[in-house]
Unconditional design. Structure first.
Length: 128
């Protein structure tokens, strides 16, 4: 099986897991705060960090990394990739870059969401 097939299979599993976890968390907490997204992002970052470290300390194959890290965790949450990248920058001594990455991703994503909402409202105004 090709690396692409491993990623595709893992991605399908990760997307289903994300949906399932989000449903469970929503059912338990209600909808006043996006707890499902928070749980998925934090849990996904933890699992991605664990799996990445484990595979790098063992004979983890490229196929297994493609399946678990890119596929499953990538579809479960892209936040996990951002978290691992930030940690790697910190660990390599690039503290300023790590801080810039954290601030850029968080502020950039939130500002982009606001901009996207504003553009959609401008392009598709509600009928008066």
């Amino acid at each position: 099986m090709s690396k692409f097939a491993y990623i595709l299979t893992g991605g399908a599993l990760g997307a289903a897991l994300r949906y399932g976890v989000s449903l469970i968390v929503f059912r338990e907490t209600g909808g006043s705060f996006p707890w499902g997204t928070l749980v998925v992002n934090v849990m996904g970052s933890f699992v991605a960090g664990f799996v990445w470290a484990y595979l790098n300390q063992t004979t983890g194959s490229a196929r297994m990394q493609a399946f678990l890290i890119i596929g499953v965790m990538g579809a479960f949450t892209t936040f996990s990739a951002y978290s691992i990248e930030s940690v790697r920058l910190f660990e390599s001594g690039s503290v300023n870059l790590a801080i810039a990455n954290v601030l850029s991703n968080n502020l950039g994503a939130i500002l982009s969401a606001f901009a996207g909402i504003a553009l959609a409202k401008w392009m598709f105004p509600q009928a008066a």
